[in-house]
Ligand binder design. Structure first.
Ligand code: GTP
Ligand code: MN
Ligand code: MN
Ligand code: MN
Ligand code: MN
Ligand code: MN
Length: 194
């Protein structure tokens, strides 16, 4: 997905643009798939109403609320839980290719496994958008199985806007997947998509 990154100051000076904020929430975990494959980290994404994968978050109104307050409001709607977000969690801003005049702000935040499990429960039992804007929360498989299962298949799905690039950048930057594993997973995923 084309478009380009811009800095936060430049982004916020564009009063004629729409602004949206989304966040990657993650936690460390000792859990093992099939009792043997360490999952290491839990990363949350969601299946959106349009059938595309994306991160929780949404449109904010910089004239009425800070980016972080707007993101927290969206998280309350979509996750049914209070997730305090601060400027420390800010990662980047992206000028979308389409639609025109949309700026996409991205955040990431580490939480505890217990907090993450509580968010997963609340997303079903408490979120007003559950079953509407949000069809379900999903975890991102970070491992690659011998047959290509795991991260490669996950990356072969369709993603909203530049959220796939946001995911890949964050997995690398946060050290959640080794550079070599990530590179191979992207290559396999691209073969699957063709
Ligand atoms: P409404 O309450 O119905 O307005 O939806 P929303 O406020 O939750 O907005 P949404 O989350 O759909 O985000 C607004 C726009 O941002 C979308 O139309 C997409 O173009 C884009 N978008 C949505 N999710 C993501 C994401 O995870 N990453 C990026 N980069 N863009 C996204
Ligand atoms: Mn089983
Ligand atoms: Mn949303
Ligand atoms: Mn929303
Ligand atoms: Mn909204
Ligand atoms: Mn809404």
């Amino acid at each position: 997905m084309a478009g380009r990154d811009i800095n936060r100051e430049d982004a916020l000076s564009r009063l004629d643009h729409k602004h949206a904020c989304h966040i990657l929430l993650y936690a460390d975990s000792n859990a093992k798939l099939f009792g043997k494959i360490p999952i290491k980290h839990i990363v949350l994404m969601q299946m959106r109403f349009d059938g595309l994968l994306g991160f929780p978050g949404g449109l904010v109104k910089p004239s009425e609320e800070s980016l972080e307050a707007g993101l927290s409001r969206e998280l309350q709607e979509e996750l049914g839980a209070a997730v305090p977000v601060t400027a420390d969690d800010y990662v980047s801003s992206h000028l979308a290719q389409s639609p025109p005049r949309l700026i996409l702000h991205f955040y990431s935040k580490k939480i505890t496994e217990a907090e993450l499990l509580e968010i997963e429960r609340a997303a079903v039992s408490n979120a007003v958008d559950h079953g509407l804007e949000v069809l379900g929360l999903t975890r991102v498989p970070l491992y690659t199985l011998r047959n290509g299962g795991g991260l490669p298949w996950f990356l072969s799905h369709s993603f909203i806007s530049n959220s796939r690039a946001q995911l890949l950048e964050a997995l690398q930057r946060l050290g959640l997947v080794s550079p070599q594993t990530l590179k191979e997973a992207v290559k396999k995923a691209d073969e699957m998509r063709h």
